[in-house]
Design a protein around this ligand. Structure first.
Ligand SMILES: *Cc1c(COP(=O)(O)O)cnc(C)c1O
Length: 344
């Protein structure tokens, strides 16, 4: 692996970060806060929130088995994705490599940051070899994106190939585990101490049922997290989000029940879907959605919209021609979808 200094943009490496009022005092029990130009009225919303979200990270640290200093929290995973470019990729010079098809935000953020984005097509089983990813890299490749379970295909990417990339690539490897709670595969975050070039992304938006509060996580070495913390907005996670995240994290029982129900429904819905006249293939999945090849994705999509049922039309995505991506809903919602498709 290159040194972290070699991987970091020079201006970011030497950056003197903004120091917020709440960062500057420490070690004393304070009770009069006249430092941040806040209004003393309208508690608790008058005060700036904890810029480093220590309480949430403490809780997550226990749940995830990752040291708090190795956790970054952001305004959704999207913030953690964007920060890869802003911290490590020199616009107009560096590039990144990613599997294709995959989650669209990696490319959107690359385009916004003027960083070249290189696609490596998945094979017919939606898998990729480490060798093909590494062959797409050159001296200016700073990062490789791997989403597993992958969106929109739903499958886990081969763990052996991921490990090989981690061992052989000299830059950062980002593993997006947004759907890991639905997967038979274990999180790769337990290997963080072995691979200092790995960043693991997770989110409260899917299994944790909290897409509205916008809380994404990055797990990485404490040195990578320190760079993230330097570059992020000082108060990037607001108070309401931190409070609601703590409520959610204090009740993990719900999440286990939801995941169990959704996995059961996933099996039932996929079996029923495969029997439909319009269905040509249901792809295996380890996520809370599945991809299905149908006779006419656009026509079926339009028909469902007409009935007030929205699925994701992926027909224009490479390797996904005539595919719909179906998120698992409640039993009633899934039945409504099946009913509509049976009466085509
Ligand atoms: C849904 C999803 C996310 C979550 O993004 P948030 O900004 O945390 O809501 C991240 N990665 C992938 C691949 C996703 O599908």
């Amino acid at each position: 692996m290159k040194t972290l200094q070699e991987l970091t943009r020079p201006n970011i490496w030497s950056l003197a970060p903004y120091s917020s009022a709440r960062n500057e005092y420490s070690g004393h029990a304070a009770h009069v806060f006249l430092d941040a130009n806040e209004n003393p009225y309208n508690a608790p919303y008058n005060r700036y929130p904890d810029p480093l979200q220590e309480e949430v990270k403490e809780k997550l640290s226990h749940i995830k088995g990752v040291p708090a200093e190795c956790i970054f929290l952001g305004n959704g995973s999207d913030e953690a994705i964007d920060l890869v470019y802003r911290c490590f990729c020199e616009p107009g010079k560096d590039n990144v490599v990613a599997i294709c098809p995959t989650y669209g935000m990696y490319q959107v953020c690359a385009d916004i940051n003027n960083v070249e984005y290189r696609n490596v097509m998945l094979d017919d089983d939606y898998q990729v070899s480490a060798d093909r990813l590494l062959a797409a890299c050159d001296a200016n490749t700073k990062a490789i994106w791997i989403c597993s379970p992958n969106n929109p295909t739903g499958n886990n990417i081969n763990r052996d190939e991921i490990i090989k990339v981690l061992e052989q690539f000299d830059g950062l490897v980002i593993i997006d585990e947004a759907y890991i709670d639905f997967s038979r595969e274990q999180t790769i975050s337990r290997l963080l101490s072995k691979y200092p070039n790995m960043i693991v992304l997770q989110t409260l938006s899917k299994a944790w049922g909290s897409a509205a509060i916008r809380l994404g996580m990055a797990f990485a070495s404490k040195d990578i997290i320190a760079i993230y913390n330097k570059v992020k907005y000082p108060y990037n996670v607001n108070l309401l989000t931190q409070q609601q995240a703590l409520n959610r994290l204090n009740n993990t029982y719900d999440v286990e029940q939801w995941v169990r129900m959704l996995l059961q429904e996933r099996g039932r819905l996929m079996t029923a879907f495969a029997e439909l006249k319009i269905c040509e293939k249901v792809y295996p999945t380890d996520a809370n959605f599945f991809l299905a090849k149908v006779t006419d994705a656009q026509g079926i999509y339009d028909y469902l919209v007409e009935k007030g049922i929205i699925v994701r039309n992926r027909t224009r995505v490479q390797l996904c021609h005539d595919c719909l991506r179906i998120t698992i809903g409640t039993r009633e919602e899934n039945n409504e979808l099946l009913g509509a498709l049976r009466s085509i």
